[in-house]
Write a protein that binds this ligand. Structure first.
Ligand code: NAD
Ligand code: LMR
Length: 328
């Protein structure tokens, strides 16, 4: 017997990540090849964006995906999030000419306050929320704070792209397959301050730290390469990462919904005080997932170098949160 369709809301659906994401959700790559989905797509009311969204929907229809049980176009979050089981918040205000970081935070605070309130009002009480739009951790924090009737743990931010980037760099460095890399994590903010940590990681069961055995490479090559990868892609493409970002969003949601089979993955999730990160800060942590829930991996040793890196990314996040406090 076929499963009941689940509702998946995607914001910024006519943008470049949306274009790389929707077809994969509709083909079952995110929630399973036996799970029908109804896509509830949100774009700004602007005529150009709504027209572009219509075009994307025509293409979704033309794929004739057997799992696509419905597609809706919306310009109001209260309609787009109605009864939604999953919400991928991709749309955000990009930094414009002359815009300071504080202006960017304020513009996004408005969007994510409204969307958090709408989720609070109309989404499924079990909705799983992934924030992709930047600044992702702080936008997730804002949405979470704006949705007091939903469990805070249901609001997450995307650090999976950073995790995947780190895995790929480590596979190249060790000459092993990326799929063999386990127990990697990225702590903190989705920004150049993130701390990609391979101290516990293995490839084919061997310690990557031992294989690499080069702290200078870690500090001077690996961390800056992973941390600045987004900027490197913008410099090369003239546009920010889209296919890899969509792929990471699929990985994040798939693992959350269907389980990580005991493997560590990185998710930006609200802290409960783990590793001294103040409660409520949406921070990249190593997690395992099972039964639709994630669990932060606890008890890892944090050495002096790692603590210093964690403190830097935490301070940046707390600065961002302070910058939006008056807007919440
Ligand atoms: P894009 O500009 O191509 O598309 C964004 C879309 O969002 C646009 O169509 C826009 O009309 C829409 N939008 C803006 N405000 C909206 C709102 N309030 N409601 C609904 N839709 C809205 O951008 P993109 O390349 O798809 O990137 C989207 C976001 O993802 C950006 O903020 C980008 O910085 C971020 N990003 C995050 C990561 C990550 O790892 N967390 C990686 C890559 C990109
Ligand atoms: C990325 O990591 O690729 C993006 O967050 C970069 C950006 O600023 O959009």
């Amino acid at each position: 017997m076929s499963k009941t369709p689940v509702r998946v809301a995607v914001t910024g659906a006519a943008g470049q990540i949306g274009y790389a994401l929707l077809f994969r959700i509709a083909s079952g790559e995110m929630l399973g090849k036996d799970q029908p989905v109804i896509l509830q797509l949100l774009e700004i009311p602007d005529e150009k964006a709504q027209n572009a969204l219509k075009g994307v929907i025509m293409e979704l229809e033309d794929c004739a995906f057997p799992l696509l049980a419905g597609v809706e176009a919306h310009s109001d979050p209260l309609q787009a999030f109605k009864d939604t089981d999953y919400a991928l918040l991709v749309g955000a205000r990009p930094r414009g000419p002359g815009m300071e970081r504080a202006d960017l935070l304020a513009a996004n605070a408005q969007i994510f306050t409204a969307q958090g309130k709408a989720l609070n009002a109309v989404a499924s009480r079990n909705v799983k929320v992934l924030v992709v739009g930047n600044p992702a951790n702080t936008n997730a924090y804002i949405a979470m704070k704006s949705a007091p009737d939903l469990p805070a743990k249901n609001f997450t931010a995307m650090l999976r792209l950073d995790h995947n980037r780190a895995a790929s760099q480590l596979a190249a460095k060790t000459g092993t397959a990326v799929g063999d890399i386990k127990k990697l994590t990225v702590w903190g903010n989705h920004s150049p301050t993130m701390y990609a940590d391979y101290r516990f990681a293995t490839t084919n069961g061997k310690s990557i730290k031992d294989l690499v055995n080069d702290q200078v490479w870690n500090a001077d090559t690996f961390l800056p390469t992973v941390g600045k990868r987004g900027a490197a892609i913008i410099a090369a493409r003239g546009l920010s990462s889209a296919a890899s970002a969509a792929n990471a969003a699929i990985d994040h949601m798939r693992d959350w919904a269907l389980g990580s089979n005991g493997e560590w993955v990185t998710m930006g999730v609200p802290s409960n005080g783990e590793y001294g990160i103040p409660a409520g800060v949406v921070f990249g942590f190593p997690v395992t997932t099972a039964g639709g829930e994630y669990k932060i991996v606890e008890g890892l040793e944090i050495d002096a170098f790692s603590q210093e890196r964690i403190n830097i990314t935490l301070a940046e996040l707390q600065g961002e949160q302070d910058g939006v406090k008056h807007l919440l």
